[in-house]
Design a protein around this ligand. Sequence first.
Ligand code: ADP
Ligand code: ADP
Length: 227
Amino acid sequence: MIELKQVSKWYGHTQVLDDCSTQVAKGEVVVVCGPSGSGKSTLIKTVNGLEPFQKGEIIVDGVSVGASSTNLPKLRARIGMVFQSFELFPHLTVTQNLKLAQIKVLGRSDQESGARAKTLLERVGLQAHQEKYPGQLSGGQQQRVAIARALAMDPIAMLFDEPTSALDPEMVNEVLDVMVDLAREGMTMMVVTHEMGFARKVADRVVFMDAGKIVEDCTNDDFFGQL
Ligand code: ADP
Ligand code: ADP
């Protein structure tokens, strides 16, 4: 589903990704971990074209991400992304946040996008908050809205960049629980996180980065068996 082949990236003279190769099969959950500044965030953002790279190749569902002919907006619409900061539209209600891209990008009707929004808000336990604005919700609730918004696009894979790092500790689990459910339902996922309990529970593989390099890429058993 996702394949990175010898990907390298520089900011000016500073190399931030160094010959990174890995893959994520359909239905697989890969957790990316490693020290701050090691390139984790940059690595997953290359997968949906949010970060350009200078060397190597990335193929997502048969499409080459770096190729000039690739329709990046179309590719991005098929890969859900959840960031550390929730990035909801503050002036739109929760339901409107979920409907917007469905209507604008997928061309769904008001009714169809609204029905999909309702289903997903129920699924993440936020049906009671659908007419609220993001600022009226807790961080954990906002992040669940962000996940529901990504799922509303029926993505073929989901990318998470430290989705719980900005949350108060008591809200971390309500977000991780949603992610655990997604993983168990067979969603293809790449997750940058420091939550090792989550990784141990759901990761099929763990990729460990240091100074721009993938220094380990192994199964859950091999990774956690060493600790
Ligand atoms: P991580 O997610 O592992 O914390 P990042 O991918 O955010 O690491 O960053 C990797 C490296 O790239 C860091 O050294 C960071 O300072 C550097 N970096 C990130 N974005 C930029 C940028 N826009 N310009 C220059 N350097 C950057
Ligand atoms: P994240 O890890 O979530 O990307 P960061 O705090 O690493 O967040 O980066 C926030 C923003 O600052 C990003 O847009 C990143 O590209 C940019 N950035 C990070 N490090 C540097 C750097 N050394 N020089 C310039 N821009 C940077």
